[in-house]
Design a protein around this ligand. Structure first.
Ligand SMILES: C[S@@+](CC[C@H](N)C(=O)[O-])C[C@H]1O[C@@H](n2cnc3c(N)ncnc32)[C@H](O)[C@@H]1O
Length: 177
């Protein structure tokens, strides 16, 4: 009985590590957006009624649920590659009781983003942002906004603004297609 329990625990721990490692090592490890910056992210996204906000690599969906609460008439979609973070996201959404959030388990680099009015991410510059950039340029509609926390997308053939209210604040990069 004890042996079976130990095996279950070991398998679970390995599954969690593999799941986190797959998303983390390859593209971007889980590091959450700072709570104090949620309002800035929401302001940068500037969602209008009926618009769709897609967070690629939504982690535990803390940003998704915040955005959904602040914009009840917007549609919020979180995409997460790690099974562990995906399950935590589902729990977070359930606990928050917001109705306008959908969490999907998928690889954001293969997910069709053409429905998005705003795409949000907090990911690594080289392994994620620069890989996502051609996809954003190809799929997003004219006028769609991209909000990138901390890391930039380098040169952008469109409108670009950087939100950094004080020296202490991290940058939030906002691009328009
Ligand atoms: C730096 S964390 C940011 C989490 C969340 N966006 C936040 O700001 O709190 C990056 C997240 O992206 C996920 N991720 C990495 N590569 C991904 C991919 N190709 N598709 C979807 N999610 C991915 C990781 O599992 C991790 O949860």
């Amino acid at each position: 009985m004890l042996e079976t329990f130990q095996i279950i625990v070991q398998v679970t721990v390995i599954a969690i590590l593999v799941s986190l490692g797959m998303a983390g090592l390859s593209l971007a490890p889980w590091v959450p957006t700072r709570k104090k910056d949620f309002e800035r992210v929401n302001r940068c996204a500037a969602l209008k009624k009926g618009e769709t906000f897609i967070e690629v690599g939504c982690g535990d969906a803390r940003v998704c649920t915040y955005i959904a609460q602040k914009n009840p008439e917007a549609k919020v979609i979180g995409i997460e590659l790690s099974w562990v973070m995906y399950v935590l996201s589902l729990m977070q959404v359930k606990l928050s009781t917001v109705k306008n959030v959908k969490i999907l388990h998928a690889n954001a680099l293969k997910f069709d983003l053409s429905d998005a009015d705003v795409v949000y991410f907090y990911a690594l510059h080289d392994t994620f942002n620069l890989r996502l950039k051609p996809k954003l340029l190809k799929e997003l509609k004219k006028g769609a906004r991209i909000v990138s926390y901390a890391f930039s997308l380098d040169d952008w053939p469109g409108k670009y603004t950087k939100d950094k209210p004080t020296k202490k604040d991290g940058a939030i990069h906002v691009y328009t297609v």
